[in-house]
Write a protein that binds this ligand. Structure first.
Ligand SMILES: Nc1ncnc2c1ncn2[C@@H]1O[C@H](COP(=O)(O)OP(=O)(O)OP(=O)(O)O)[C@@H](O)[C@H]1O
Length: 331
């Protein structure tokens, strides 16, 4: 993306510039559903900020309010100190938006579509080729949009959000339809954008993605911000257990559950999984009983923290699922 437009100087840059995004007391209700409930947060310039939460938590509504696409019932939003609503055309060149339902010129080729979007912003043609390349669509440049696969369209939607070199980029579940290679390739594009100093607001259900990319995340539950922090701090402060995975047949479930410090025993795939908050003590007990050959340990991840937190705060089913086919034994 280094060939894509250089970042514009920000007129408000100074010793203490306004944050890229400031949300203060924002609420939004649809009928009797409180979609966003008194949310306040700041997203700093140059920050990679993740917005996580179960289906229906209010992420898209909040992002659309930030983008100026939807009006809040109460509260305020400022992007670089400017309100995006009512429609603020001065902000448009500075922000890039990819939504879950991006619109396309379907009868155009990928290249024509992006050229059309670029022309709306008065962007040089060279940026079109560079942006198509950055999202891995050079090979599809002459294919009509309606003939692109779902994942390729998604990449074109991302390219459309990036082609004018915006300072602030909103991406709403951008990797939802991408295959694993395309997902990792997009990570690299996003890391490069961050390295250029751009601010990224990123909605995702992929916890590994949030952990790998985001400086900070907010977890939204039932329209409220449950927590905001860096993935590192959240995992460090978490009480989510570590997991020891033993090949099946080495211990039975009752033996494992009887080990002091084991909180929960499950069978997942080909492993007996022991959850514990005292991994060292449990490892040495396992060593004495059966040896440590083939035993794997996994410390708490952001996904564990997320599942733990959202389970405590809501009874709704969670989006990232634990391994299916799990039997469980509580000691
Ligand atoms: N236009 C609308 N009219 C009525 N209700 C809506 C509308 N948009 C969203 N909602 C409701 O508001 C709540 C929040 O929806 P929203 O799409 O913001 O959540 P989300 O966190 O983005 O969900 P997901 O992860 O499934 O995309 C949900 O209960 C949803 O059904």
């Amino acid at each position: 993306m280094s060939e894509v437009q250089a970042m514009r100087p920000t007129p408000t840059d100074g010793p203490d510039p306004a944050p890229a995004v400031r949300v203060q007391g924002v609420s939004k209700r649809y009928g009797d559903r409180q979609a966003v409930d008194d949310v306040s947060l700041d997203i700093h310039r140059g920050e990679f900020f993740g917005l996580l939460g179960p289906n229906g938590a209010g992420k898209s509504t909040l992002v659309e309010i930030m983008e100026g696409l939807r009006q809040a019932d109460s509260g305020s939003v400022a992007l670089f100190g400017e309100p995006p609503w009512p429609r603020n055309t001065a902000l448009l060149p500075r922000i890039g938006v990819q939504t879950q339902s991006s619109a396309f010129f379907v009868r155009q080729t990928a290249h024509e579509h992006l050229r059309t979007v670029a022309a709306l912003y008065g962007v040089a043609r060279a940026a079109v080729d560079a942006t198509l390349e950055s999202v891995g669509l050079t090979g599809q440049r002459d294919i009509q949009v309606e003939s692109l696969s779902g994942g390729q369209r998604q990449r074109l939607a991302i390219a459309s959000a990036l082609v004018h070199g915006p300072e602030l980029i909103f991406l709403d579940e951008p990797t939802a339809a991408l295959d694993p290679q395309a997902r990792r390739a997009l990570w690299e594009v996003l890391r490069a954008l961050k390295a250029e100093g751009r601010t990224i607001v990123y909605t995702t259900h992929h916890l590994d993605e949030a952990e790998a990319l985001c400086d900070r995340i907010a977890i939204l539950v039932d329209g409220k911000v449950a927590v905001t922090d860096s993935p590192h701090n959240l995992v460090g402060a978490s009480e989510a257990p570590s997991r020891l995975m033993l090949p099946l047949g080495r211990l039975d479930e009752q033996q494992a559950a009887a080990i002091s410090g084991v909180d929960r025993v499950t069978v997942q795939g080909g492993s007996l999984v022991l959850e514990t908050r005292t991994a060292g003590q449990v490892l040495s007990a396992v060593d004495q009983l059966t040896g440590l050959d083939g035993v794997q340990t996994r410390t708490a991840s952001l996904e564990d923290v997320y599942l733990d937190l959202t389970a405590r705060l809501t009874s709704a089913p969670q989006s990232p699922l634990r391994t299916a086919d799990t039997t469980e034994h509580q000691p």
